[in-house]
Write a protein that binds this ligand. Structure first.
Ligand code: PLP
Length: 414
């Protein structure tokens, strides 16, 4: 059937309504200059334009093991063949939950959902119910899904970006603070710590850049939360199982009270989870917080989680991801200079920035001032050469990248 594209005028991040004769079929988001994809495997994307692309973007999220990992495809197919696509109480849910706790290392209970946003929402509700408080601290530049809108609806407040340390009345019950500033956070806790239900953060800031917490920062946050009885939530939807098997909690040796997972932990299948200490999670099991959903913990989802986590545990890709990242960076350095761009590692070699001379991507505040149009042009040029990259110039490496992809990326960039 012939499809027609109506591309909006929002520049490179256009939205398209895909129409077939008779009506609007879908609201498709076009990302940058990237063409539509017909199929994918491993680190490769195959476009409807007949070209292939080496994918240095999608490994940042669900495709950390590469596209269509065999173990996940087989497990989901087997679940489908089992016939029970939808229905309560399945042993796979218990297996998957046990595996999440084992692999992540610290959680005692798990509640599955279908998106990271829902898991974040559940975390905030559990924290509020458990503490009997409502106010929350979050951080500038950290992304937690469309839960932002939900909170606006729930509390009648207005979310926006407060200037450093300022708490405007219309931002209550949410304090939006600069991240990585331990002194300011301590001062803010002294002022209103006993009113806080939760602190929520990306423990390694990935969405707006890839920036690690300063040494000692997470420890300070942990200590403040303990002192004031505040629930510490690590939103690990993007970092969990990706920056290491035990996520950021393990990497930095700081354990939160609740955490959220999504993306990489199901090999591309749509499933997420809230995990945490059982005394807090009991808010869900006793029904004090009702957070259920029709498709939560579907059999296919549980098969995908089990297959992904088993693969990550038994054949961990972390060392090869790091090796590939370092080799790619080294190989790109001279080529990038020729194109008047630099490479800077703000966080992991598995995800590094290409930046223009004036931008210090190691400081998240300067990220807000980036000339994004320039980065989009760079990404467009790379896509044109068959390298699929994020608009902000970040290379994300996945477990499917190897020597062949390295050669191709260096040759095509050159
Ligand atoms: N939290 C973090 C840290 C994320 O990166 C994302 C998605 O990018 C979300 C929450 C929301 O997850 P979802 O898009 O599955 O709702």
């Amino acid at each position: 059937e012939q499809l027609r594209l109506d591309v909006g005028s929002e520049g490179l991040r256009a939205r398209a309504l895909v129409r077939a004769p008779g009506g609007v079929h879908s609201n498709v988001r076009l990302r940058g200059p990237h063409p539509f994809i017909r199929s994918a495997k491993g680190a490769w994307l195959f476009g409807v334009d007949g070209r292939d692309y080496v994918d240095y973007l999608l490994g940042q999220g669900p495709n950390f093991l590469g596209h269509a990992p065999d173990a996940v495809v087989q497990a989901v197919s087997a679940a489908c063949e089992g016939g029970l696509l939808y229905g309560g109480q399945h042993e796979l849910e218990v297996q998957a939950a046990e595996l999440v706790c084992e692999v992540a290392g610290w959680p005692e209970m798990v509640r599955f959902s279908t998106s990271g946003t829902e898991a974040v929402q559940a975390a905030l509700r559990v924290a509020r119910a458990a503490t009997g408080r409502t106010e929350i601290v979050r951080f500038q530049g950290h992304y937690h899904g469309w839960v932002d809108n939900i909170l606006v609806g729930e509390r009648g407040g207005d979310w926006g970006v407060a200037s450093d340390g300022q708490v405007a009345d219309n931002l209550r019950p949410c304090h939006i603070l600069p991240w990585n500033d331990a002194e300011l956070l301590t001062a803010q806790f002294e002022q209103y710590g006993s009113r806080l239900a939760a602190v929520i953060m990306e423990p390694i800031m990935i969405n707006t850049g890839v920036i690690e917490p300063k040494p000692g920062y997470l420890e300070t946050v942990r200590e403040l939360c303990n002192r004031y009885g505040v629930v510490l939530i690590f939103d690990e939807v993007i970092s969990g199982f990706r920056v290491g098997l035990g996520g950021a909690a393990q990497r930095y040796g700081v354990t939160p009270d609740l955490a959220t997972y999504g993306k990489a932990f199901a090999g591309g299948y749509p499933v997420a989870a809230l995990v945490g200490r059982s005394d807090l999670m009991s808010q869900l099991s006793t029904g004090a917080v009702n957070h259920s959903g029709t498709f939560n913990a579907s059999v296919m989802a549980m098969a995908a989680v089990t297959a992904t986590l088993t693969t990550l545990r038994d054949r961990p890709p972390y060392a090869s991801v790091e090796e590939h990242g370092l080799a790619l960076m080294a190989g790109l350095r001279d080529i990038a200079a020729k194109h008047d761009v630099q490479l800077r590692v703000a966080g992991l070699p598995a995800a590094f920035h290409m930046s223009f001379g004036d931008a210090d991507v190691t400081d998240y505040r300067s990220l807000q001032k980036l000339d994004l149009a320039r980065y989009e042009r760079l990404a467009a040029a790379l896509v044109d050469n068959g390298i699929w990259l994020a608009g902000r110039g970040i290379w994300y490496v996945s477990g499917a990248h190897g020597p062949r992809e390295l050669d191709v990326a260096l040759t095509r960039f050159d």
